[in-house]
Design a protein around this ligand. Structure first.
Ligand SMILES: *[C@@H]1O[C@H](CO)[C@@H](O)[C@H](O)[C@H]1NC(C)=O
Ligand SMILES: *[C@@H]1O[C@H](CO)[C@@H](O)[C@H](O)[C@H]1NC(C)=O
Length: 226
């Protein structure tokens, strides 16, 4: 490590925890995104990386949600639990592993336009220097990236079925909102996403557990249809 790096580190330790979070997210993204070529790795590797990314996202999204709340000014956490029909649910559906993996994929695609909208709104509400903006923008990239990995995992489970790409999504982005409604909407999106990522992590972990017992994709497949 050269002096420059050391200086950067010293500097970082004096900065806010948000800047630290940003650094961690950036470094990990670079690490994870470097290996983007989808579905060419062997099965255990694909699952392993999926779990790793889901774990990272589960952690950072919880942090981002807290930071989001802190940056909205006078804001009560209770708002984030409000029921909002247009925001995707945080629970997975499906009886079998492949159905649930498909449900993860569908949810990720559904969350994406909402996270984009939240980023857009925060772009207007926050000063350009707000650390919330880059982390939200990275979250968007991570969602895309996890969707790619989950797509590959689905192909392990169902080698002969193409992941059904949904037609034009009914994104159900809320129409014009006042500033307060925007803040609440953003927090509901992030809170649901956070809960959904926890369920996703759990599902991928259990899949890894069953594949770790040397079951092939084929065995998992017949398993998952019984
Ligand atoms: C998968 O790849 C890893 C490393 O690339 C290797 O250690 C492992 O033996 C491979 N597993 C199979 C089943 O090919
Ligand atoms: C996801 O992160 C939250 C917050 O850090 C944690 O409480 C939860 O246990 C995590 N989920 C899983 C499945 O590990």
């Amino acid at each position: 490590m050269n002096g420059h790096d050391r200086n950067m580190q010293a500097h970082r330790s004096h900065s806010t925890s948000m800047v630290f979070l940003l650094g961690v997210v950036l470094l990990t993204i670079i690490h994870l995104v470097n290996t983007t070529v989808p579905c060419t790795e062997n099965n255990s590797k694909i699952l392993q990386k999926g779990v790793k990314l889901a774990r990272l996202m589960n952690r950072t999204t919880a942090d981002i949600t807290k930071t989001y709340q802190a940056y909205q000014g006078d804001f009560v956490e209770q708002f984030c639990k409000m029921s909002m029909d247009n925001v995707p649910a945080s629970t997975l559906s499906g009886r079998t592993s492949s159905e649930r993996v498909l449900s993860i994929y569908t949810h990720l695609k559904e969350f994406l336009p909402h996270v984009k909208k939240v980023l857009e709104q925060q772009n207007d509400l926050q000063p350009p220097s707000s650390p919330l903006l880059p982390v939200l923008s990275q979250l968007k990239e991570q969602i895309n990236h996890l969707a790619q990995r989950v797509n590959c995992i689905f192909q392990i489970l169902q080698p002969n079925i193409l992941v059904p790409e949904p037609p034009a999504w009914p994104t159900r982005i809320p129409p014009a909102q006042n500033i307060f409604q925007q803040k609440v909407y953003g927090c509901v999106v992030l809170t649901r996403l956070s809960e959904f990522l926890s369920a996703t992590l759990e599902e991928l972990r259990s899949l890894k557990g069953s594949m770790g017992k040397k079951r092939t994709g084929k065995e998992l497949l017949s398993n998952s249809w019984n």
